[in-house]
Write a protein that binds this ligand. Sequence first.
Ligand code: CMC
Length: 432
Amino acid sequence: MPETGNGDTLTVTDNRTGRTYEIPVNEGVVRASEFRKMKAHEGDFGLMVYDPAFTNTASCRSAITHIDGEQGILEYRGYPIEELAEQSSYLETAYLLLYGELPTKSQMDEWTHDIKFHTYVHENIKKFMEGFQYDAHPMGMLVGTVAALSTFYPDAKHVADPVSRDIQTMRLIAKMPTMAAFAYRHNRGLPYVYPDNDLSYTGNFLSMLWKMSEPQYKPAPALERAIEVLFILHADHEQNCSTNAMRSVASSEADPFSATAAAAAALYGPLHGGANEAVIRMLGIIGDKKRVPEFVSRVKSGEDLLWGFGHRVYKSYDPRAKIIKRTADEVFELTGPNPLLEIALELERIALEDDYFVQRKLYPNVDFYSGIIYQALGFPVDMFPVLFAIPRTVGWLAQWREMLEDPEQKIARPRQIYAGATRRSYTPIERR
Ligand code: CMC
C-alpha cells in the first residue's frame, strides 16, 4: 500500500506489557500485520485481529468499483452507475471494468468482435449439459458447466501470462450467456439454440432463450434494453461474497474457469444472488396488499426476513434498486403489470416508515425489484441467479486480473482462534 505521506498514526499501549506502539494510518486503514509486533512475552505469536465475515477488514486495494454505502453511491472506474445505466451498453461497461477506461470506437468494435467470436461452446459442452437431469436447477448446471470449461481450455492455467488472461476473459464473458440459455432450454425440454452473432450481446442471449421456428429471432428493443440495464447494474459490486470467493480461489493460481465456478457457487446462496428468488416467493406468500402489515409484524418479531431489504454496505437506498424500479415501469408497459408489484410497493412503503427498518437502516436492495421484472419477462425463478451470474462474470474477472497484478497479494489464508479440545490420547473404538 503506498504511503499517503500525511504521517497519521495510531498509538497503542499494550496493557499486558506496558509497551507502546505507533502504527501508521494510511487511507484510513491500519495494517493488521502491525499488531503481530505486540507480543505478551518472548515467543508469543503476537496479536491477531478477529473479524468473522470480514465486516471491517479490507482484503485488497482495488481501483474498480467504489461504493459509498451511507450516501447510496455506486461508481465503476469513477463513472456513476446512473450514467452508465442510461448511456452505456453492457459490453462497453465490461470493457471499462476490465481495462479502466471507456473504449474508443475502434477499441469497442474490436472488443465486440472478439466477444462474438467466442460465443459458441464446444459440442461436448452441449453433450455435457444434456447429461443433467431434466429438472436440474439451471444455476447448478451453470456452476458445473463453467467448471467443466477448464478441462476444455488447459491453457487457462497459465494465469501469469497476460495474453492467456485476455483470451480466458473473452471466452468466459462470451460463453456465459450461451451456457445460461442452454440450461434454461434444457429445463424446458427445448432444443438448444446456437448463438446468433448478428445480434447484440443481450439480443443474442434473448434469441438463445426464446427462439422457436422463426429463421431469425428479433428481440423487442425495449426488452433488449431492459436486460442491458440489468446487466450493467449487476456487473460488479466490489468485495462481495462471490467476488471474495473468486479472489480467494484464484489466489492459489487456479485457472479462471474453476475460480469463476466457485464465485458462481457463492452467488447461488439465498443471502447473495438467490435473494430475488426469495423475494418472489415472499411476495407470493403474502399474496395480497392487505396482508403486508401482518407480514411486517412477523419480520419484526424475527420469524421471517424481509427479503430484498438490507445490505452489508448500503445503509441507504441501494442506487441500483432506484434504477431497477424505473426499468420495471418500462418493462411493464410492454409485458403488462406484474401483480406482485403492488404488494412490493406497499411493502416498501410500510417498511420505510417503520422504526424497526429505519433504525437498522434497512432499505430495498438490488434484488427487491429485479425478480419482479425477470418474472414479467417470462423467466422462471430458478433462472434468477443465472441472470445475475452472466453480468457479474465480468466483475469477477476484473477483480481476478487486478489481484494477479497486485504485488501485495498472495495465497489467501486467514488465521483462526482455536477453540477446540486440548491435546488428548486416541481411544480405541472398543473402549469408547
Ligand atoms: N429483514 C429483517 N431484518 C433484517 C434484514 C431483513 N432483510 N436484514 C437485516 N436485518 C436486521 C438483522 O436482523 C439485524 O437486526 P439486529 O440488529 O436486531 O440483530 C440488523 O438488521 C443488521 O443486520 P445484519 O444481519 O447484521 O446485516 P448484514 O450486513 O450481516 O446482512 C444481508 C446483510 C444482505 C445479508 C441482510 O440484510 C439480509 O439477509 N437481507 C435479506 C437478503 C437479501 O436481500 N440479500 C441480497 C443482498 S443484495 C444483493 C447482493 O449483493 O448479493
